[in-house]
Design a protein around this ligand. Structure first.
Ligand SMILES: NC(=O)c1ccc[n+]([C@@H]2O[C@H](COP(=O)([O-])OP(=O)(O)OC[C@H]3O[C@@H](n4cnc5c(N)ncnc54)[C@H](OP(=O)(O)O)[C@@H]3O)[C@@H](O)[C@H]2O)c1
Length: 155
């Protein structure tokens, strides 16, 4: 049986490194871990090239602009990476029949609730980081409704 190919972006981040460690337990899958240097996700032609050559069955997006405070003054860059690039990853995944798995954050909520959130709770991001992450979620779902979006508070 053909091995499943799994592309993981943002491979040198906290989540990317955890996934790299976990991947050793999954011998029946072929992983391609790409760091920001290997695949800057905001370079859309490079994204398409990697999909064309690796032909992933799954793409896990662990790449993100995560500097919450700095995002307030780098709005365009945060938007490019957390929103636009996520949309492109989703669209390219859909075109390649690849399941897109995207990691988001509880910063999409306003932070006022004590305790766990439900998916159906109203989103109301108060920071640029939270707003760009929410927009990324929305683009992913619009451009590839098969996307899996995981909202978490920690990794
Ligand atoms: N850590 C948490 O507690 C937490 C909580 C909730 C949600 N999340 C979400 O989980 C995901 C992973 O977060 P993390 O904690 O692993 O963040 P991280 O440690 O900051 O890792 C993010 C990675 O993305 C890379 N990156 C940045 N811009 C890129 C670009 N344009 N193209 C490709 N790669 C790029 C970074 O590269 P450099 O290392 O070169 O900067 C870094 O390796 C994010 O979506 C984040 O929103 C994290």
């Amino acid at each position: 049986m053909e091995k499943k190919r799994i592309l993981v972006t943002g491979a040198n981040g906290q989540l990317g490194k955890e996934l790299r460690d976990l991947a050793t337990q999954y011998k029946d899958a072929d992983f391609l871990f790409v760091s920001r240097e290997d695949l800057p996700i905001h370079h859309f032609d490079l994204v398409r090239n990697v999909f064309d050559s690796f032909k992933p069955h799954f793409c896990i997006n662990a790449a993100a602009y995560t500097a919450v405070d700095k995002a307030e003054t780098e709005q365009e860059l945060a938007h490019l990476i957390n929103a636009e690039a996520v949309g492109v990853l989703a669209a390219v995944s859909a075109a390649h029949d690849c399941r897109f798995v995207h990691v988001s954050t509880d910063y999409v909520y306003d932070g006022s609730q004590i305790g766990a959130h439900k998916e159906s709770d109203a989103t109301a991001p108060v920071s640029v980081y939270g707003k760009t992450k929410l927009e990324g979620e929305q683009l992913a779902m619009q451009l590839d409704p098969q996307s899996i979006v995981i909202r978490t508070s920690w990794v």
